[in-house]
Each structure stands twice: as structure tokens, then as C-alpha cells.
Write a protein that binds this ligand. Sequence first.
Ligand code: GLU
Length: 263
Amino acid sequence: MNNAGNYKRIVVKIGTSTLTHDTGKLNLHRIETLAQVLSDIKNSGTEVVLVSSGAVTAGVARIGFHRPTSTREKQALAAIGQNEVMKLYGKFFSLYGHPVAQLLLTKDVIDAPSRRSAAEDTLEELLSMGCVPIINENDSVSCYEIDFGGNDRLSAYVGVLCHADIVVNLTDIDGFYDSDPRKNPYAKMIPYVETVTDDMVTAAGGAGTERGTGGMQAKLLAAQILQEAGIPMMIVAGTDPKILYSVMDGTAKGTYFAGVAAK
Ligand code: GLU
């Protein structure tokens, strides 16, 4: 059963390929529309947490660097670009009357009970202060042992951390298909998935697009993390962030993962 219409707290995840143009530069119109729509949803009484990628790509765009080839380069570019991304969110959300707050996480924070509970308290406090928490992985200090394996999974951990009613993944595909629609013109979109099984995860291809790191497998893994906590997830096209209004009233085109744990 879809609980749309009763979402009190939503987590929205937006990936790099949706936040940027093919040139690698930030898509200002989309970022502004996202801030406007989330502000409006917040005005209507639903708390909003945003998980946003884009730091590394914005860093590349800011200093005219090539796509990073080493971890050191990626970490430095993330430090440059995170500020660029937050500058824009700060400006656009403030235009629509909402303060933002930046929270950068690594997986070891989630894994260590006392640090996890500090992150949880901070999130609760920010929401009660009326802020829009904007979360990314702390890429500049992240390394293989403590990374989330991408922001799809980070958004799932955030959903669990803040007891969200739904996590919405705004991405460059309009849902989960029975085969890869980029390769198979007859691929069919699946609007409803009750339980994500390990077989579904294995069957989903790995790679995302050139700028994003996600891909469908990462999204299914995220849905699996959420279903352990009974939280639904939706995959919808991020091309027009106004689709979030239809997510709120249950009419959005996309795939709804009901979040029912495997038996
Ligand atoms: N945290 C990375 C960034 O902000 C992106 C990781 C991902 O999109 O999965 O650039």
C-alpha cells in the first residue's frame, strides 16, 4: 500500500547526472526548481531532507580540471565543489524562505553507535529548527574502508537515520525496468516492487552514467537497506523536480518500492 498523502518527512536524493548538464557544469534551472519545489513541500507541512551529489563534478567545473583519475584529485575536487553546490542551494532555498544546513557523513559514522546517534540528534535538531539539511558523503576524507559506495546507499542510510516516510531517488531514468531500456527497446517499467530480492540486485547492471556513479544496482541495494527498516523508496525521473508534487499525492510515474522485508 502506498502511503502517499501522509508523508510527514521525506528524503530526496539527487544524483550528479541529474544536477549537471552534459558539459559537466551545474544545471542551475534544475537546482533552482528543486529548491523551489522542496520549499513549497516544506511550506505545506512536510519535513524535507536533501541528499545531494555533485561535489566532485562541480569542483571539476569550478577550476576547469579534467575528470579526476586519482583518489587524491577526487578528494580535493570534492572540497572545492561541495562549497559551490552549497552556495547555490543556500541562495535558492533562501530565496524561497528556508535556511539550509550542510551535513557531510562517512560510513564509519553510521557504524559507530555514539557517532551515529550524534548524527541522528543533529538531524532531528536541524529539522526542528526548520532547516533543510543537505547531506553528502564527506568525499574529501573518505576512502575505501569508510565510504558508502555512492549516494544512493547514503540516501538509504539517511532515510533510516531520520525515520523518513519515504526516500525519493531523482535520477536519469524514470523507474526500474525488467531489462536495461538503454539496450532493449522492449524493456518494461515495473511500477511496484514489494520486496527487493538478492537475485534482482544481481541481475541489475552495475555502472551508472559517465558523471554519476549510481546505476540501478546501487539503487536496488539502497531499497534493500530501506526495506530492512520498513521504509519505502521511489525511483522517478529527475528531469523536472516538479514530479515531487506527484510523488506526494501518489500519482507519480516511477517505481515504488514498498519496503517489505524479505521473508
Ligand atoms: N558524493 C559524490 C559527489 O558529491 C557523488 C557520489 C554519488 O553520486 O554516488 O560528487
